[in-house]
Structure formats: C-alpha cells, structure tokens
Design a protein around this ligand. Structure first.
Ligand SMILES: *Cc1c(COP(=O)(O)O)cnc(C)c1O
Length: 243
C-alpha cells in the first residue's frame, strides 16, 4: 500500500517551487548549471503522505535522520526511480536494518561505523555509497570527523572493499549572520577537492552535500551539489511527538 496524496499536503508543491527558484537563482549567480544540484527533501517527523507529495512534485530523493522513521515510511512509498539516504548519526547496531534500503549513508563519522557498514554491505552483496560527515566547526554537539583527522580517516575507509566514498557532508555552525557560514562552505569544498584528487578504487568523489533551509543558497554559491531541505518544504517540525 502506498501513501495516498492528500490535499492536506497541497502546500508542499508551492514550497518546492519556491525552493527550486532559489536554487536556480543561486546557481545562476555562481555560473553553475542548476541541474548539477540535487534537491533532497528532509522528511524527519513528516508523515509518508508528505514524502509522497514531494515525490509528486518531481523530488526523487528524501533523507531521514532516524532508522526507525525511515523503515516505517519506506513501505508506504512508491520508490521506483527514487531513493532514500540516511543523513543523521547512525548507530552501529542499526546498520543492518538499512543496508539494503538506502542508496547512501551521508553521515559516516567513525571507523567503527565504517567497519560495520563494510561488513553488512558484504553480507548483502552490495557496495554502499557513503559521504563522510565533517565537523567543520569543531562543535562538540555535532558528530563528524574533524578536519585535522579527515585525510587519515579517508585513507582508512578507502581500504574497505564494500564502501564507496562519494563525497562529503557537513553542517556548519549556526550563525546569526548567514554570511559567516560562507567560509565554512568554502573550506569544505577545498577539502572535497583535495580528497577527490586521491586515486583509489573506492574513492569516487562527486557529491558535496551542504546547505539546509536557512543557508542552501550560500552553499550552492560555494559549490554544493546536494542541498538537504526540510523546513522550507514541509514547514516547521513538531517535535512533541517524541521525534
Ligand atoms: C534536519 C536536517 C536538515 C534539514 O534542515 P532544515 O533546516 O529543516 O532544512 C538537513 N540536514 C540534516 C543532517 C538534518 O538533520
């Protein structure tokens, strides 16, 4: 059974249109092709019907932070030509539940996790695409690999045969002045380019996942190829339900 389109979610189409217009403008400002920028709908706390409404508007990728939410929504969605990514901190013991359900884990943040992803991917007979999450602002509250440890981390992960490193993901520190996020995005891009220059069978860098509702336009100007947008598509999240 797939989630029905409900008129309760009609507002989503207009929001997606606005986000797309902003993506196009930001791309134009920076001389980029908007087709090189993927829009991910971040659907945490939103029902499957909302995800279906985003799919109906041509969005083909959604991201979830929590394994539980992802595996509850997936059976309700028509995933033909669409895909799901994990974007939140992933506990090692939950890898087995999503290994055959997602096309990418954007939040690889420890060797321990890499080892388990490799193990489960081998069992499933697949190679898992991953992004390495970088804690670019060195914030204790955030997960991710520190910049100072990134190259060593990449070298270790590149040894795993069932992991394919596709790029980097990062969430810069929250700044009241949005322009202050720009140097963080620029720095992530620099790291991305340095790693992409490494030659390895398991490093195929072409995804730079950065930019959320508040800052995706700046992220695009600084080279983002995948923006993760929740609030600007679905409205404010209500966490009272325990999410
Ligand atoms: C929630 C979340 C987003 C989307 O944030 P919005 O501000 O609602 O657009 C993007 N990336 C990650 C990793 C998230 O957890």
């Amino acid at each position: 059974m797939t989630a029905k389109l409900s008129s309760d979610f009609d507002y989503i189409a207009g929001n997606i249109e606005k986000v797309r217009a902003k993506i196009e403008k930001a791309a134009a400002r920076s001389g980029r092709n908007p087709k090189d920028i993927t829009l991910m709908a971040v659907t945490k706390t939103m029902p499957a019907e909302a995800v279906a409404a985003a799919f109906d508007c041509g969005v083909t990728l959604f991201g979830e932070n929590r394994v539980q939410e992802l595996i509850e929504k997936l059976p309700l969605l028509d995933m033909t030509g669409r895909s799901a990514h994990i974007i939140g901190h992933l506990q090692t013991n939950k890898v087995k539940y999503i290994i055959d359900k997602v096309d990418m884990i954007q939040s690889l943040d420890s060797l321990h996790l890499a080892k388990e992803i490799d193990r489960q991917a081998e069992k499933t007979g697949k190679t898992m695409d991953v992004l390495i999450e970088v804690n670019i602002g060195r914030e204790e509250s955030k997960s991710g690999v520190l910049q100072s440890e990134l190259f060593e981390f990449v070298n270790y992960v590149a040894e795993f045969k069932h992991i394919n490193i596709r790029g980097l993901m990062a969430i810069p520190p929250v700044e009241a002045d949005l322009e202050k996020t720009r140097p963080y995005f620029a720095q992530i891009r620099k790291l991305f380019i340095d790693i992409a220059a490494k030659k390895s069978d398991n490093i195929n860098m072409n995804i730079l996942s950065m930019g959320m509702s508040s800052d995706f336009e700046i992220a695009i100007e600084e080279g983002s190829t995948l923006v993760r947008v929740g609030t600007s598509i679905f409205g404010k999240r209500n966490y009272l339900g325990g999410n």
